[in-house]
Design a protein around this ligand. Sequence first.
Ligand SMILES: *Cc1c(COP(=O)(O)O)cnc(C)c1O
Length: 359
Amino acid sequence: MSALDLVRTELRQLRGYSSARMEASGGRVLLNANESPWPGIADPDGTLQRYPDAQQPADLVAGLADLYGVPAANVLVARGSDECIDLLTRATCRAGVDAVLVSPPTFAMYAVCAGIQGASVLNVPLDPARDFAPDFRRLREVALAETVKLVYVCTPNNPTGGIAPAEPVLALARELAGRALVVVDEAYAEFADAPSLAPRAAQPGNLVVLRTLSKAHALAGARVGALVADAGLVALLRRLLAPYPIAVPCARAALAALAPDALAATRLRVAAIRAERTRLAGAFARLPGVRAVFPSAANFLTARLDAASATYAALLAAGIVVRDVGGYPGLEDCLRFTIGTPGENDALLGVLARRERVA
Ligand SMILES: *Cc1c(COP(=O)(O)O)cnc(C)c1O
């Protein structure tokens, strides 16, 4: 059984679009792709005049492969991990037949993509009594009983911040081999101590890891994410992806972020976010209106408050926007606070402390 056996039958033979630039690159006079012979008025250097050479920018794939410690053949680069989630759903789920399995409260895109594809969503809630840890025994039971194609494990989990230990994730993948892909969303891995499962996902099998440059690498607007998986699955997903998914300026920004100096600077910033996370968690715990602060390995803290809506409104009135996550099951009265700069965090704490004095 290979990961490709989990792909919709009709897609396995799909050849995908073959563009002019992909069929023949090089040459001096380029008259094969119906591009403009002149640079654009808004692009005098001609940076954007031509289609890229390859569907996947080879230097960016190689850079991401280095960053995640895996071979390039195991890396798919797409417009954010959001697009990777969409691709996986379309590739594996038959409308009206298959399902995805999620552990709420978790990232909403898994269910959104399933809904668009006509796949159903099965839930095995995180355990609020154990810091919102996944229930691996139940995940396995449900996945084996139903036509589940994708099992999502978000670690650190958004919006609760907790980590899923590696061993049960790997065991789950082994138990579901040939039946479902286990998709580990590591959007916040840089902020955690736990090692990435990307090297494991690069081996043949049904484990998939999602990474992104949107969070720790500060490139949310560039929309660059990556999927690490079995090389055969990566090759198939490339054929489902748009002809040139990564715009030239976005590929450039991403490559610049992968230069050694940039990576060193990013590591310092991640350390600063982690230090601020510790400071904020301590300060929150001392505020009487805060009932609980969930342990977080990500760049945010989620807390349960006595008066979440009023606190949200007071922060908004002070120009500080946080996320009201009270609509997630089990997170009633909870707000999620992204860790900002030390100055931004001081401003946040200032408003929270003032509210306590008034109350
Ligand atoms: C932010 C986030 C993403 C989306 O990342 P993009 O690469 O920007 O699409 C994926 N998964 C989780 C859990 C997130 O919180």
